[in-house]
Design a binder for this molecule. Structure first.
Ligand SMILES: O=C(O)CCC(=O)C(=O)O
Ligand SMILES: NCCCC(=O)O
Length: 471
């Protein structure tokens, strides 16, 4: 029995689209009502989460879409997953929700077990975790950890703060508030808060009107596809970008304390970084004593065929911090050097110090992935899907440019010639029963759940073929 069959015996056998427009009339009515209390302009339709099941999201008009977007890459196992419902019905979960602890001051007796369960799924080389609330929060917490570590290395971990530091920090000036930078990459997406927003460089709309830190943005490699035909060009591109990273670290107006990178830039266009590039960044960060942060918010938790995407690169020594959120539901960062725990309490602290209910769910998701060997399934289904997409690419080369993600599970994307054609494709795909997302301005990205199987891929390819023929 396949994972989808065992979890979802009642999953629809194919999409059902009952309305001639999407949103359908009931969705449109409810979007207008919702818009009175919430900015509902980005809503594609109103979902019925009670009826959504497995790989199908159902809307209030009764349309059932095969979902290859899965809440912007955030549903690991499918809708109404029985194992997660079971985890949600435990006394431990009820305590976490009803009497939510302020875990820093009043941790529950359950917390140690919950954290140990999450740590079972830590990336190779990492054995500590700190919890936050969202992807952006995870990255900002990681930046704080990196800055404290960087300064502790300069002053000595056990050395107390000077009077001057204690006074100047209250004026937001140095040396208490030192001028330090985080280096990120053009086209990156690390969240929309203030520090994370300064490292995000994918679209102006994410950043406009907010004061920003003056931090450097290096070029992220832009490869030519198919990769096996452009090895030399792509290797030169890696070296060009690496030289730029090192140049920025050496010359930036303030010291670069940390570097953050997505192993595949997702919102910014599904841009891949080679194993070589990710390893060389380790060499550069070690040489210049820069904290190396890998953002696995979107790439983490199985969809690339490994639990953590950067594990493909087997980076040695392991990176310093790995941030997560989305498919893990809980958010935070993994680390291994105990000196990333600040020298004093209350430096990395807030009322909640994470969300125990979400942490319990993260542990349950990880357990299901391992028990059902879902990363192996993702690799198998991803290869199957990729081959079908290559066949479509041969037929429609202009509509399937830069097909990418071979050997990276179902984490697949390609480009359309223009944003208009991409948007039209996504719109028509919905009318043909498939909910698919975009990224960058003209890319299509596939982000199905880990329980997506060959039979789902066949349905998608049929809908896609029909849609592309009709563009
Ligand atoms: O589209 C994405 O990949 C990122 C989604 C997100 O977190 C955002 O837009 O704030
Ligand atoms: N980064 C947000 C994506 C939302 C959308 O394009 O629908």
């Amino acid at each position: 029995m396949t994972s989808a069959e065992s979890y979802y015996p009642d999953e629809p056998v194919k999409p059902v689209v009952k309305t001639s427009t999407i949103p359908g009339p009931e969705s449109a009515k409810q979007i207008a009502q919702l818009d009175q209390v919430f900015d509902a302009r980005p809503a594609y339709f109103i979902a019925d989460y009670e009826k959504s099941i497995g790989n199908y999201i159902v809307d209030v008009d009764g349309n059932a879409y095969l979902d290859l977007y899965a809440q912007i890459a955030s549903i690991a196992l499918g809708y109404n997953n029985p194992a997660l419902i079971k985890a949600a019905q435990t006394p431990e979960m009820i305590r976490a929700l009803v009497d939510r602890p302020a875990s820093g001051n009043f941790p529950s007796a359950d917390l140690q077990k919950t954290i140990k369960q999450i740590l079972k799924f830590a990336p190779k080389g990492q054995d500590h975790v700190w919890s936050g609330l969202s992807g952006a929060d995870a990255n900002e917490l990681a930046f704080k950890a990196a800055f404290m570590y960087y300064r502790a290395n300069q002053r000595g971990y056990d050395t107390d703060f000077s009077t001057e530091e204690n006074q100047s920090v209250m004026e937001n000036t140095a040396p208490g508030a030192p001028p330090l930078a985080v280096l990120s990459f053009k086209r990156a997406f690390h969240g929309r808060l203030f520090a994370s927003g300064s490292t995000t460089v994918s679209k102006p709309i994410h950043k406009l009107d907010f004061p920003a830190f003056d931090w450097p943005h290096a070029d992220y490699p832009s490869y030519k596809y198919p990769l096996d035909q452009y090895e030399q060009e792509n290797s030169l591109e890696d070296d060009r970008c690496l030289a730029l990273v090192e140049h920025l670290i050496k010359t930036w107006k303030t010291p670069v304390a940390a570097l953050i990178i997505e192993p595949i830039q997702s919102e910014g266009g599904d841009n891949h970084a080679s194993n070589y590039f990710l390893q060389k960044l380790r060499d550069i960060t070690l040489k210049h004593k820069v904290v190396y942060i890998v953002d696995e918010v979107q790439t983490g938790v199985g969809a690339t065929g490994k639990f953590w995407c950067h594990e493909y690169a087997d980076i040695q020594p392991p990176v310093d911090l790995v941030t997560f959120s989305k498919k893990f539901q809980s958010a935070g960062y993994f680390f291994h050097d105990p000196k990333f725990v600040p020298n004093k309490p209350y430096r990395q602290f807030n009322t909640w110090c994470g969300e125990p209910a979400r942490m319990i769910i993260a542990g349950a998701i990880g357990q299901e992935i391992v028990d059902k060997d879902l990363t192996a399934q993702v690799l198998r289904v991803g290869d199957y899907l990729f081959q079908k997409l290559e066949a479509l690419q041969s037929k429609y080369p202009t509509r399937f440019q830069n097909l990418r993600g071979r050997g990276r599970g179902t984490f697949i994307a390609w480009d359309l010639p223009s944003p208009e054609e991409r948007d039209l494709l996504l719109k028509k795909l919905k009318l043909n029963g498939c909910n698919v997302g975009g990224c960058s301005t003209n890319a299509v990205r596939l982000r199905p759940t880990l329980t997506f199987e060959e039979k789902h891929a066949d349905i998608f390819i049929e809908a896609l073929s029909k849609t592309v023929a009709d563009l």
